[in-house]
Design a protein around this ligand. Structure first.
Ligand SMILES: C[S@@+](CC[C@H](N)C(=O)[O-])C[C@H]1O[C@@H](n2cnc3c(N)ncnc32)[C@H](O)[C@@H]1O
Length: 285
């Protein structure tokens, strides 16, 4: 796939508020996730051993507002595995680091929670990948960041440590409780218990802008999203170029590739591709 860069192409400036650009597939990562083996949810509580730690392949996709400068990543935040002009997305097995791995398992165990497939719950155990998500959006002091599905808060932690104010939308009330408890003393975080697909994200963002000044005047999205709502998330976010400067999403590899690689002549071409093509352009260098 190589590096896809921001360009407005034939879209006119009057469309500035509705155009995003898929500018990079930053990489495909093989990471450890705590989730469900097949049939896990149906098997129910007696079969809790069906919840397992597995290697999962996910792809990091970045949508960039074309009229804003590309974010410059802090020098220390190298994106492992990203090769400029590489012929295809690259696989990186991130090193496992103790903090996210143990913190996540411990947080879930402390509440007796197990991942639910219907909520797309699979928890990131590699802290390095969370760092890379934040680095891809160049999250820094003064940023406002929307996170969809904070889960146990491992990515939230990275975003807060980078100095961002975070709005986290989580559907599962147990995870809302957990993440609120974890960051109880931090006022840079607001956690809302809502279904992202149904919530009015524009009004949430506008009211956050009223209370907090974003240094750039825009917000960013950084999220390891539940795979089952990927299409809905994209549909909500892409038309919001007046709110977001970057949208950095960790997606299932097949989903990411389906979004950016479909050809009109294949059976893979779906309504979501028409949508993505309308709201974004992609240019390879
Ligand atoms: C893939 S997990 C990621 C959790 C965490 N960010 C991580 O990286 O470990 C997705 C999270 O999204 C939540 N979720 C699922 N459906 C949702 C929805 N419709 N709206 C908001 N959150 C949702 C799940 O409960 C879960 O916590």
């Amino acid at each position: 796939m190589g590096e896809l860069v921001a360009e407005v192409g034939c879209k006119s400036l009057t469309e500035r508020q509705v155009v995003s650009v898929i500018y990079r597939i930053l990489g495909t990562y093989c990471s450890q996730m705590y989730g469900l083996s097949s049939n896990g949810e149906r098997a129910g509580r007696q079969n809790q051993n069906r919840h397992r730690i597995a290697m999962t392949t996910s792809t990091l996709l970045v949508f960039q507002n074309p009229l804003l400068p590309k974010p410059t990543r802090p020098a220390h935040s190298s994106i492992a595995g990203v090769q400029k002009g590489a012929a295809s997305a690259c696989i990186v097995c991130a090193r496992s680091q103790d903090d996210d791995y143990h913190a996540t398992i411990k947080a879930l165990n402390s509440k007796g929670r197990f991942p639910r497939k219907s909520l797309g719950q699979h928890y990131m155990l590699n802290s390095e990948i969370n760092d890379q998500l934040a680095a891809a959006a160049a999250v820094q002091e003064g940023d406002i960041v929307l996170e969809i599905g904070p889960g146990t808060g491992s990515l939230t932690n990275v975003l807060l440590n980078a100095g961002a104010t975070v709005l986290a939308i989580e559907k599962d009330q147990h995870m809302v409780g957990l993440v609120r408890e974890r960051f109880a003393s931090i006022d840079q975080l607001k956690v809302l218990q809502e279904d992202f697909v149904k919530c009015h994200i524009r009004s949430h963002m506008l009211s956050l802008f009223e209370r907090r000044k974003s240094s750039s005047g825009f917000a960013k999205v950084v999220a390891n999203i539940p795979f089952n709502i990927s299409t809905d998330v994209i549909k909500q976010l892409l038309p919001m170029g007046d709110i977001f400067s970057e949208v950095v999403l960790l997606l299932q590899e097949e989903t990411a590739l389906r979004l950016v690689e479909p050809s009109l002549r294949t059976s893979e071409y779906r309504p979501i591709n028409i949508f993505v093509n309308f709201y974004s352009g992609q240019f390879c260098i």
